[in-house]
Every structure is written in C-alpha cells, then in structure tokens.
Design a protein around this ligand. Structure first.
Ligand code: 2M8
Length: 693
C-alpha cells in the first residue's frame, strides 16, 4: 500500500524534529517548542507512540505560567540564536507569573490541548498509563481554561479575546489588517530588531516588515506592563475575538468534560464555559447574510468583515447551529474556498480566493494549511457533511504525497511553500492515515450475520388484492413518493432511516410498492425503465434496512442482496437481479456505479427522474469519482479505486475504468496520466459497508 510509505516518511520527519524532550515544528525555521504545534504533533504520535505523545504535552505544560497562561513558545536553551524574537527580547522574567526554570514567550496560542489529550487517551492501547497522565494534566488544563474565562473574558459572555496576531496562530491573516492598520507606525519608537525568518524562507512567502514592526510594537507594550493582563487590556490596540481561537477552545471544553468524566471529576463549571462561549459566538460572531463567522474588534465593538477559513471553524467546535452549519457549508463549497469538483483547487484555502488581495503563496493570506483543513474535516464529519468531508480528507492526504511535507501549499497547483519537513503536516497526515486503517479493519470485520434470510422472502405484499390503478397512475405515484422521501429525508448523502420509518410518505410508499406487483412493465419507455430500476433498487435498500432492522450495516443480514425480494409485474426481483438486469442498458457501467447500496461508500442517494435520467446518473458517478473512492496520484503512477470495480470486473475492464475516469476527472495532470497510461495498475480500496445514515 503506497500510502504506508508516506506514513514512514512522516514518522521520520517527526523523529528528525524530536530533540529528546519535544518536537520542534521545523529544525531550521522554528527551532523551539510551539504551543499548538505540539498538540497537533501529539495527536499524530498518539497513533503509534503513546510515550512521545504524552511527553510532548508534558514538556509544554511544565512551562505553564503561574496565572494559567500556556506560552506560545517554550525556548530550547541549547538552540538559542537561530530565531527571532527569543527570550532576550521577550524578557518574560519581569512578569511575576512566568515560570522560573523555563524560557518562554509572553503570549499564548489556540488551546487545542484538551482535545489532543483526549485523542491520546482514545488512541492509546495503554489506557491505565494514559489515565495517570490525564490525572496530572487535568488540573493544568482547567487552570488554562480558567485563565481565559477570568483574564480574557471582559464582558463575561465567554468570548475570549486575543491580544496579538501570533496568538491566533494565523499570524498575518487578512482578518487582522483592519485592526493593525490603526497602529500608526510613524508615531512609534521601536527598538532595533533583525528578523531571521526572511533569510531562511523566500520573503515573498512570509509576513512583511511592516507586519513585524506591529508585532514588535505589541510585545513592547506587554513588557511595559510587565505582562499584567488587566493593564495590557486597557492599553492594547489589538483586542479581538477570533472565531478560530474560540472554536478550538469550545472543542477543548468539550474534550475536558469527557476527560473529567473519565477521571470522575466535576465538570459543571466546564459545561458552563462551553455553553456561554458557544451561545455568544452564534449571537455575536455570525453573519447570516454572508453565511460565515467573523472575528470581532472588541475596541470598535464591531465584526471584522473579512472572510477567512477561521470563519468556518465553529464546525470544529460544534458551535454552529444546524442552519448556520448549512450556510457555512454552502459558502465553503463555493468558488471562494474551492468547490468539490472544481478544477485546480486543492482543499480549503485560508482566504476567500475571489478577493483582490488573495495570495497564492504568502503565508496565512491564501495558501492551504494542513492543520486548518484537518480541523475543518473533523468539523464537516461531525455535522455529517459526508461528501465534502471525504473530499477534503482526500486532498489533505494528497497534498503531502504529491508535493512533499511542506508548511503550506498553493491551493491552485499544490506547490509546497514555507519550510520543508514541517511537523504538523507530518503528524496530521499520520493521524488521517490511521483513521483510514482503523475503518479498514472495521470494514474487514463486518460479516458476522445477525439475521439470515435463507429462502426467498417477498416483502411487498399487495394488501388490496388486484390493482385497480392503471400502470401510468402506479408509475406516477411511485415516482412522486420516491422523490419526496429522498428529498425530505436524505441530507448530504446521509439517510435518516428513523424519520423515514415514522413518515407518512413511507406508509404510502409501502402501499404503492404492493401495487408494483401488477405494474405492466411493457407500458414503460426505455428511459423510464432506466429511472425506474435505479430508483426501485435504492428504495428497496431503504425498505429492507427498515424491515430487517439493520443497525450498522446491510452485511448484518445474510441474503440482503439475494433473498429479499419485491414482486414486480408478476416476477420476483432481488437487488442482485436488478443489478444484472441493468447490464442490458448501454451505459451499464454508470448505472452500476450510481446504485446506492445503503453504504458509506455509495454515492449520495438522489432521485432519478424518468424524463432524462442520465443527467442525475452522471451526477452520481461524478460524486463517486470525486470522492475518496477514487484516488489518483500521477506523480506516484498510482490509481486507487473502490473495490466495487473489482466485483464487476467483467464489465469494468482496465480500459473501461480508464475511459470512465477520463470522462469524469477534471485535474489536468491526472487526465494526462490516465491518457498516457491506458491500462495502469489499480489498487483496490476497501469498500466501506457501514450504513449511509
Ligand atoms: C508561525 O508563527 C510563528 C510565530 O509564532 C512565526 O511566524 O515565526 C505560525 O504559522 C504559527 O501558527 C505556528 O504555530 C508557528 C510554528 O509553526 O509558526
């Protein structure tokens, strides 16, 4: 499995960046320990090395400040002189809260640590050992969160402010421009300073000197106030509420509740924190006309109307209401942030691409970042936006494989920018890979039947005896009810089986399903037949799932595809019978792909209209080929495709697959590869049999 080779590469990068106590983000550019980097790194380690994961967070929390603040950098004494600004500049020893035995900066970063700690616990086979670590960490995490709610929460509404762009983690994001522009540099007396980053990385990819001057101005102001929060608050021109920071805090509040539960600790206070932050974010940061969350300028008391990926982060924190989430998805999946099937557009770029000052290569002003996309992927999954989530997962894996483990990437061409061998790109790649492997083995273990249907079982009785309805009436009603059920109870590919079972439409559908026994098929035109069989197949799957009380997968029922049947026009049909009947149609390959087998690997379920069914069928095939069921890596000369193609190897010969992929794939490089390799070697991906609910 080629992906595995890249996991080995990623692990080697983490090894190289590990200094015996913690992992630096990058040996040359960031040679110390960074706050949120370490949490992302620990998540990667948690997949294969619990000790390292634990050590990563331990060394960071050892440097926690007395007032609870977790510094954004913990400096490595043996490695000073390579980065700016270092301890000689921060002078945090003037604060009464800074730790005695550690050299640190005087600001913080997005608090993803409780989230990471829970992941360590969940992923580790050594639960007892991790529980001991959680006992050590829990009070420190509470202290950190309490610091935010006591010191950074001026209106007591749970909206936590940051006081330096570096605290957002998205240093030179366009979000901060309107606030930083107000700092008039001509009026400032700044100390001399020499940047180091722009000698290591092409300055075109880094913040400008003007930005650095403002960063330094703010640090000077902190020093003047001896890092006293209240004093800084009254003087600082940069007091903003960041949707990313607050979403990450929310995700961590949630994780902290779970950790408290594991340890048997009280979590009422944390619950309160979670609720107030989430409520205020929904009320104060959301803009319903644009469909995004904005940052908030606390001094001006207004939203900062700049659209960046941070505005979608409430999906990660579970903060967005369902209707807000739908709007976020709509905006996120548009030309502004890359649509699913858009040509030359990787993942979710950091800034709206339609803006004049969007940059393809400058740091946080446009490129794609793996940690941001990883969090958005988790968020999309949590709101069950399956298709977008899968697509994102695929590109997050794709970028490092094709272009290297860079710090950030060009959203158009995938080119890597910033430093090479970047730790969180490697660790989050590892995390996603293990996720994949885990579901793969789960998928393999499916096959224990709970229920067996050994003899034919007809499940569409015609309760009123001989049909008095004409074929046209039966067909019309069948279509009407199918369309209604699919439109109402299927959202983004997820089927709400429970709601269908309770719905009036399903009751009516069962009635018309009985009438199909006497539907004269010769009455249907060829196109109508095509739509009928595909719709019937998909509806039969739903009906069988409900009748057989399927819980997790159709695989629980032996004979699901062969023994459970509908009588149509006097003849019995199982799902397999319908599949073979569809091979008579000229576009049989597309029809077979578009069938929804009640599984995660199926394309999203949709109604196929009888007048011109091919348009919708093509849409399903496009979704399927654009999803993680088909992975094409031209640079690696590799094509990975769903096992489905293997099951039907009589109709999907190598050339046929190539032809289909060619007519649906849009990326030019992938196209060229397919054209030049008519019969490439295919690697089959495990089919995910879990229910599409
Ligand atoms: C970047 O920030 C540092 C300052 O903290 C820098 O530019 O020197 C950001 O990308 C930040 O999010 C990240 O934590 C840090 C280390 O990777 O680098």
């Amino acid at each position: 499995m080629p992906l595995k080779r890249y996991v080995e590469k990623a692990k080697k990068i983490l090894d190289k960046n590990w200094n015996g106590r913690f992992t630096v983000p990058s040996v040359n550019l960031y040679p110390h320990q960074w706050n949120w980097d370490s949490a992302f790194i620990a998540i990667g380690y948690s997949r294969y090395d619990t000790d390292r994961a634990v050590q990563e967070l331990k060394s960071l929390f050892d440097a926690q400040w007395e007032n609870g603040m977790l510094p954004h950098i913990v400096f490595d004494r043996d490695n000073l002189g390579k980065y700016f600004p270092e301890p000689d500049f921060w002078k945090t020893d003037i604060s009464k809260y800074s730790p005695e035995n550690h050299l640190t900066s005087g600001i913080t970063q997005p608090p993803i640590h409780a989230y990471a700690a829970l992941k360590i616990y969940e992923n580790s086979p050594e639960k007892g050992k991790v529980k001991e670590f959680l006992k050590w960490l829990f009070p420190r995490l509470v202290k950190l969160h309490r610091y935010f709610y006591l010191e950074r929460n001026p209106d007591d509404n749970g909206l936590i402010y940051i006081r330096h762009p570096w605290e957002s983690g998205m240093d030179n994001s366009p979000m901060w421009d309107p606030v930083l522009e107000k700092i008039d540099l001509s009026q400032m007396m700044l100390p001399e300073f020499v940047r180091k980053d722009d000698k290591i990385i092409d300055p075109e990819q880094r913040p400008k000197d003007e930005d650095y001057k403002r960063y330094i101005y703010l640090v000077e102001l902190f020093k003047k106030n001896r890092y006293e929060e209240r004093k800084i608050f009254h003087e600082c021109p940069f007091i903003v509420v960041d949707p990313l920071f607050n979403s990450v805090l929310s995700a961590s509040n949630e994780a902290l509740i779970k950790i408290a539960d594991i340890l048997g600790e009280d979590y009422r206070q944390i619950e309160q924190w979670y609720l107030t932050t989430a409520r205020s974010m929904r009320d104060i940061l959301y803009d319903s006309s644009k469909g995004i969350f904005y940052a908030y300028d606390y001094i001006e008391k207004k939203q900062i109307k700049v659209e960046t990926s941070a505005g979608f982060m409430p999906l990660f924190g579970g903060v967005a209401s369902h209707s807000q989430a739908l709007k976020l998805l709509e905006y996120m999946n548009s030309a502004s942030f890359c649509e699913i099937h858009e040509e030359s557009c990787f993942a979710i770029p950091n800034y709206d691409r339609t803006k004049k000052d969007f940059s393809t290569k400058n740091y946080w002003r446009g490129p794609v970042w793996i940690n941001i996309n990883w969090m958005l992927f988790q968020g999309l999954r949590r709101y069950r936006f399956k298709q977008k989530a899968e697509h994102l997962e695929k590109t997050i894996l794709e970028l490092p494989v094709r272009f290297g483990f860079y710090e950030y990437f060009d959203s158009r061409y995938g080119t890597g920018y910033g430093t090479k061998d970047f730790s969180w790109t490697a660790s989050l790649f590892i995390d996603l890979y293990y996720d994949y492997i885990k579901s793969e083995s789960l998928r393999k273990n499916i096959g224990i039947y709970i229920n067996s249907v050994v003899d034919d079982m007809v499940v569409n009785p015609d309760r009123n005896g001989i049909s008095i309805k004409s074929p046209s009436e039966i067909f019309k009603e069948f279509n009407y009810l199918t369309e209604r059920i699919l439109k109402r109870y299927v959202k983004n590919g997820s089927v709400d089986y429970r709601q269908i079972r309770l719905s009036p439409e399903y009751k009516l559908f069962l009635n018309i399903a009985g009438k199909l026994q006497n539907l004269d098929l010769s009455y249907l035109k060829r196109e109508e037949k095509k739509s009928f069989w595909v719709n019937l197949y998909n509806m039969m799957v739903i009906d069988f799932v409900l009748k057989m009380k399927v819980r997790k997968t159709v695989k629980e029922v032996e004979g699901f595809f062969t023994k459970i049947k509908y009588i149509v026009d006097g003849k019995k049909y199982s799902l397999s019978d319908i599949e073979s009947l569809l091979t008579d149609f000229e576009n049989k390959e597309e029809l077979i792909i578009s069938l929804v087998r009640g599984t995660q690997s199926s394309p999203p379920l949709r109604y196929i209209p009888p007048d011109g069914p091919d348009r919708m069928i093509k849409k399903s095939v496009r979704d399927f080929i654009g999803s993680s069921e088909v992975l094409i890596y031209p640079e690696e000369k590799t094509v990975m495709i769903s096992e489905l193609f293997h099951w039907y190897s009589d109709i999907f010969t190598g050339e046929k697959i190539n032809k289909i992929l060619l007519s649906y794939v849009k990326d030019e490089r992938k196209k060229r590869f397919l054209l030049e390799n008519e019969n490439p070697e295919f690697i089959y991906l495990f089919y995910d049999w879990y229910l599409n609910n």
